[in-house]
Ligand binder design. Structure first.
Ligand code: NAD
Ligand code: 6OD
Length: 488
């Protein structure tokens, strides 16, 4: 039993809260308990929202924009100064390889503060001169004000990165936040509170409440009338519940939800690049990336070679502890999620799949056997209407299907309720653009995957979400535009 205690962070202070309830946090590496977290009560969440409201009119609201920008840079520096602690915490919570978290999660977690701090300085405004009947005219000048108290609900797959992806721009725009991290991964969000205090961020600007969704901190936060807008990343079903909660009081929402993303591999692709990219898009983070590929469509002349090469490389992935430099793939997030993924592995067989690779649980050493391990898995031969083709699994698996014509593959890729991302592999740039324009997604990569310029728009079509974040789109969500009309 671990003696690490995770507390809520409200009004600049760590506190156990008033619920008297705690929950265990386990590492999926071996399912052992790594911490005990204090669950926030409805009153604790209300206290966090009130302290966020007070900070809006207090020193944070009064702060000059240059000072706020400096403070956000200091937060990023603070994360980087404690890089190893953040890395350790993120890998403990998620089980992901250190090699991955040290390149993606922690540096991006820090960068999200710097990038949006710099962006706020350069955001343009609008001004219109108009004529009036009396001939003197008027000018209209747009003013952006912070939206207010932002409720941030974040998931477990990239805990620090996806939370700061929202907190960075929200603070840059002058808002205050109450964050409810996933109950699976509360460590780095809590560690960030220490950084906030050490950087002198005023009390109430950044608050953290721990707990679950329904009838717990998540619902208490999203249903609280003092929250002005809600930004959420997680499952589409949860997004629907939160959108309903936000409807009361007409609060704005940003929804970054699930995906069932297609990769499209044309016969004229650079095969090495397509294999390398699909290895990452299907298996990185144990397949737990919303942008990841679970459907791969490969043009018939290269189908057999592609399947054989991908299966060969995926079969070589070393599963192991986060700290082991040889580890290429960690466990799933929890035993519960492992059961969900394995249920899809069984369903694939029932639905008639040919199992090219994996399909079950790996043999792990005795110390790791209690963990949430599954095999990287590849299928072929499923019907286009199979549930395994239609539903998000969120595991290290993909189905590969041959196609012949461009129009055919566009229709196949679009035949899904989700619309988050796609990756197109071809050396023909005209085709790449033509196809990308027709796939119903928010993000289309050509000859790459997860290549992120934080100034670009990010979000999903169809059931993958509502709205866009990233660059000026984040600034639009986290500010309220006001037109000031001045009669001359
Ligand atoms: P989840 O929806 O189960 O949980 C996300 C968060 O919502 C957690 O903090 C959870 O406690 C909270 N929550 C759950 N029910 C709630 C309720 N009723 N009210 C308020 N809060 C509630 O998602 P997850 O399992 O943590 O993450 C995996 C999912 O997230 C996948 O579907 C994945 O595709 C999606 N995701 C999407 C993106 C994106 O950018 N589009 C990024 C990462 C993950
Ligand atoms: O890179 C990002 O900013 C981002 N939002 C990534 C999302 C990954 C989903 O799992």
């Amino acid at each position: 039993m671990s003696n690490v205690v995770i507390e809520n962070f409200i009004a600049g202070e760590f506190c156990k809260g008033t619920s008297g309830k705690t929950f265990e946090v386990r590492t999926p590496v071996d399912n052992s308990v790594i911490a005990v977290a204090h669950e926030a009560s409805k009153e604790d969440v209300a206290h966090a929202v009130e302290s966020a409201r007070a900070a809006l009119t207090g020193p944070w609201g009064q702060m000059k924009i240059d000072d706020r920008i400096d403070m956000l840079h200091a937060i990023a520096d603070g994360v980087n100064q404690r890089f190893d602690e953040f890395l350790e915490a993120e890998c403990l919570d998620t089980g992901k390889p250190r090699s991955l978290a040290s390149h993606i999660d922690i540096p991006r977690g820090a960068a999200n503060f710097k990038v949006f701090a710099d962006m706020i300085k350069n955001v343009p405004s609008e001004a219109y001169r108009m004529e009036t009947p009396d001939g003197t005219g008027a000018v209209n000048v747009a003013h952006r004000a912070p939206k207010g108290v932002i409720g941030v609900i974040s998931p477990w797959n990239l805990p620090l990165l996806l939370m700061t992806w929202k907190v960075g721009p929200a603070l840059a725009c002058g808002n205050t936040v109450v964050v409810k991290p996933s109950e699976e991964t509360p460590l780095t969000t809590t560690l960030l509170a220490e950084v906030m205090n050490s950087c002198g961020v005023p009390a109430g600007v950044y608050n953290v409440v721990h707990g679950f969704g329904p009838d717990s901190a998540g619902a208490f936060l999203t249903e609280h009338p003092g929250v002005d807008a809600i930004t959420f990343t997680g499952e589409t079903g949860t997004g629907e519940v939160i959108t309903r909660a936000a409807a009361k009081g007409l609060r704005d929402v940003s929804m970054e939800c699930g995906g069932k993303n297609a990769a499209i591999v044309f016969a004229d692709c650079d095969m090495d690049k397509a294999i390398e990219g699909t290895m990452r898009s299907a298996f990185a983070n144990c397949g737990q990336v919303c942008l990841g590929t679970e459907r791969v469509y490969v043009q018939r002349p290269i189908f057999e070679e592609f399947v054989q090469r991908l299966a060969h490389q995926a079969g070589e992935l070393t599963l192991g502890r986060p700290e082991d430099p040889d580890t290429k793939m960690g466990p799933l997030i929890s035993l519960e999620h492992k059961e969900k993924v394995l249920s899809y592995y069984r369903l694939a067989v029932e639905e008639g799949a040919t199992v090219v690779l994996g399909g079950g649980e790996p043999d792990m050493t005795e110390d790791l056997a209690p963990g949430a391990w599954v095999q990287p898995t590849i299928w072929t031969d499923l019907d286009d209407n199979a549930r395994v083709i239609k539903e998000e699994i969120f595991g290290p698996c993909c189905h590969i299907r041959p196609f012949d014509e461009e129009d055919e593959v566009i229709a196949l890729a679009n035949d899904n309720a989700y619309g988050l991302a796609t990756a197109i592999w071809t050396e023909n740039s005209a085709r790449a653009i033509r196809v990308a324009e027709q796939i119903e997604v928010g993000i289309a990569w050509v000859n790459s995957w997860f290549l992120r310029d934080l100034r670009t728009s990010f979000g999903g079509s169809k059931q993958s979400g509502i709205g866009r974040e990233g660059g000026v789109h984040s600034l639009e969500f986290y500010t309220e535009m006001k037109n000031i009309c001045i009669k001359l």
